[in-house]
Design a protein around this ligand. Structure first.
Ligand SMILES: *Cc1c(COP(=O)(O)O)cnc(C)c1O
Length: 466
């Protein structure tokens, strides 16, 4: 019979040798809290006559489990086997080691963040990145803020506050829920003037929309969707010419942008900031952690006089970048100075250009461990698949890849079975995130290209089973 009287007291349980050891590791308060939580649950279950009697040993194990769960960091590394290389929910671009090390240095020691070592005077923190951005894009000047959304906000707030901005109806886009072009432009204190139609916008539409109150024309890279069929849009070169004839500013939001010619790497074409500036853009906005492969940031590059306006805007202070990311981005931009090596040195470019044959070899090596982990509940096999770039970069293009395709063995309950497999993979010490599609769970191995990571992946599967 369970009686409340058989439940040990908090003090009594704390005397257990394993919990005394836990106290010296985690401190008395944390262990006592865990004991109280476990005993509280047990007491409630006993009262509801819902619990079998538990030995002191079982209670100690529950307390240790509670402590472990509580001390596990919330933000942890995972294996991104979704097939989306720049996965916003999984942290987008992975930094090169050199960049991570630069960020670490900036965090653990003082630095010349806003200090000119030659003159002994205060300088802009942008100065560490501006020269590199100018070299890589041909811009006269550049600034950097928290992300590309912030870059667009800062640009319009500085250049077009209180005035009108014509934008094509085909470019009034939403990126990942929170970033909507009309709302960002309005938040910058500007009025959107919709131009053209969803599928077709012509130069004359812009011409008609520009009036005395127009401050700037915006062109937006449609990033995460494509308009196909009977379509027309106006090129950056034409918009730049029109804007300059009317004495207004032309700003382009490239979204991702790329600092190298993607086609030279065998990837689909993506506009570069250098092309936009050559075509006459006054300011170009692009992300730091999309195709560029750096840290979260937004670059705004272009005419000096306009970039100076952005710097003087009080919002710049609110949107500025921290020293760790400045250090990381400087290291990444330096890698771009050597076009021969950038493809292998920047992980994002390395993963995007990885051959399907090479990915298939990884899949073949990992198949036995994954099948053993599945046991008889599911079957795994190597299959062709298609990866995506992600983060609104190159939205309709797919990269040939290879995956482990896991199918639930039983004919019934396939959906529940796949959910169970997905959950078990997410509960591994280094969680594995795949993608459910066509009645199977797919583990696209494009982003598992490192021997040490591969060993870790196999090792944790061998220690458990589905
Ligand atoms: C991704 C994207 C943004 C937002 O960039 P963040 O760096 O995520 O803030 C803005 N505009 C376009 C066109 C994009 O593709």
């Amino acid at each position: 019979m369970n009686t409340l009287a058989t439940i040990p007291s908090v003090d009594r349980l704390l005397q257990e040798p394993k919990l005394r050891a836990a106290v010296s590791e985690h401190g008395h308060a944390a262990v006592a809290d865990a004991v109280r939580a476990v005993l509280g649950e047990y007491r409630a279950a006993v009262k509801a006559a819902a619990a079998a009697q538990r030995s002191a040993e079982e209670l100690v194990a529950a307390v240790l489990g509670h402590i472990e769960a509580g001390s596990r960091p919330s933000l942890r590394r995972v294996f991104n086997l979704t097939g989306t290389v720049l996965h916003t929910n999984l942290g987008r671009a992975v930094l090169p080691e050199a960049a991570a090390e630069a960020a670490r240095q900036a965090l653990v020691a003082p630095s010349n963040l806003e200090f000119d070592l030659a003159e002994g005077e205060r300088v802009e923190r942008d100065s560490h990145l501006e020269g590199l951005v100018c070299r890589l894009t041909g811009a006269e000047a550049a600034t950097v803020v928290n992300n590309n959304a912030a870059g667009v906000l800062l640009a319009f707030s500085s250049v077009a506050f209180g005035r009108e901005v014509p934008v094509s109806r085909g470019e009034l886009i939403e990126i990942g829920g929170a970033f909507r072009i009309p709302e960002v432009i309005q938040s910058a204190g500007c009025r959107i003037r919709e131009v053209g139609t969803t599928n077709r916008t012509h130069l004359r539409d812009y011409e008609r929309a520009i009036g005395a109150d127009t401050a700037a024309v915006l062109k937006v890279h449609t990033s995460n969707y494509a308009i196909v069929g009977f379509t027309a849009s106006v090129s950056e070169a034409e918009l730049a010419e029109l804007a300059h004839a009317k004495n207004i500013v032309f700003i382009t939001d490239l979204g991702s942008g790329s600092l190298v010619d993607m086609t030279a790497l065998g990837l689909p074409a993506e506009r570069t900031p250098a092309q936009s500036l050559r075509d006459g853009a006054d300011l170009v906005c692009f992300s730091g952690d999309k195709l560029l492969g750096g840290a979260q940031a937004g670059f705004v590059a272009g005419r000096r006089e306009l970039v100076e306006k952005l710097r003087r805007n009080p919002l710049k202070r609110a949107l500025r970048l921290d020293k760790a990311r400045i250090a990381a981005l400087e290291a990444v931009l330096r890698l771009y100075l050597d076009p021969e090596r950038v493809r292998t040195a920047v992980p994002t470019l390395r993963l995007l250009t990885r051959s399907s044959e090479n990915i298939r070899e990884t899949a073949n090596r990992l198949l036995p461990a994954v099948q053993a982990w599945c046991g008889s509940a599911a079957t795994a096999e190597v299959a062709d698949c298609a990866s995506q770039v992600g983060s609104g970069s190159l939205p309709v293009d797919r990269l040939p890849s290879a995956a482990l395709r896991i199918r639930w063995a039983a004919a019934r309950g396939v959906g529940t079975g796949l959910a169970k497999i997905s959950k078990a993979l997410r509960e591994l010490p280094v969680p594995v995130v795949g993608r459910v599609q066509e009645d199977a769970l797919w583990l696209d191995l494009r982003c598992l290209d490192d021997a040490a990571d591969e060993a870790l992946f196999v090792d944790q599967l061998q220690k458990r089973s589905l």
